[in-house]
Design a binder for this molecule. Structure first.
Ligand SMILES: Cc1cc2nc3c(=O)[nH]c(=O)nc-3n(C[C@H](O)[C@H](O)[C@H](O)COP(=O)(O)O)c2cc1C
Length: 139
């Protein structure tokens, strides 16, 4: 199995309805492909982890990179995995306010509309798991 984590910038601020639609559609499609993961959205920035069968994850990631709803996709983590980090989520989702994002050290300088070139891009799936595991995330 493969795990990929990336950052990107939303092309335009998404309405809550557009976000909810994206998450619902992703959950359905991911479940059908045995893909799990998490999507975090804050102030126009996405962070997502995709994990599952290598071919399915690679194919989905290529599709997502080409999606016009976001730009500046930066891959920050890719590893072969034996176990999933998000085994019970077809796509966990968490929207963070700017204040919440500022309270997460690993996100400092990353969850800005344009991540600075020197941002620490060591964002791991474990960091994202903490965000959805502290009670506010949704399956
Ligand atoms: C930030 C972001 C995250 C996405 N995550 C997923 C996802 O987890 N699963 C999925 O099927 N599509 C996801 N999509 C949508 C895909 O890019 C694409 O629209 C979808 O797979 C349908 O592709 P198709 O119209 O080529 O069939 C995401 C899009 C964006 C902008």
């Amino acid at each position: 199995m493969l795990s990929i984590t990336y950052l990107s910038a939303a092309s335009a601020a998404l309405t809550p309805q557009e976000l909810a639609h994206l998450v619902e559609q992703s959950r359905c499609r991911n479940a059908a492909k045995d893909i799990t993961g998490v999507l975090v959205y804050s102030a126009g920035t996405f962070v997502q982890t995709l994990e599952g069968p290598t071919a399915a994850v690679t194919e989905l990631y290529d599709d997502i990179v080409g999606d016009v709803r976001h730009t500046e996709v930066i891959e920050v983590w890719r590893e072969t995995i034996m176990r999933r980090t998000f085994s019970t989520w077809s796509m966990a989702f968490r929207e963070l306010t700017e204040a919440e994002a500022a309270a997460v050290p690993e996100l400092n300088g990353v969850l800005a509309p344009s991540p600075p070139a020197d941002a620490d891009l060591s964002l791991s799936p474990a960091v994202l798991l903490r965000l959805v595991d502290d009670g506010a995330g949704s399956h």
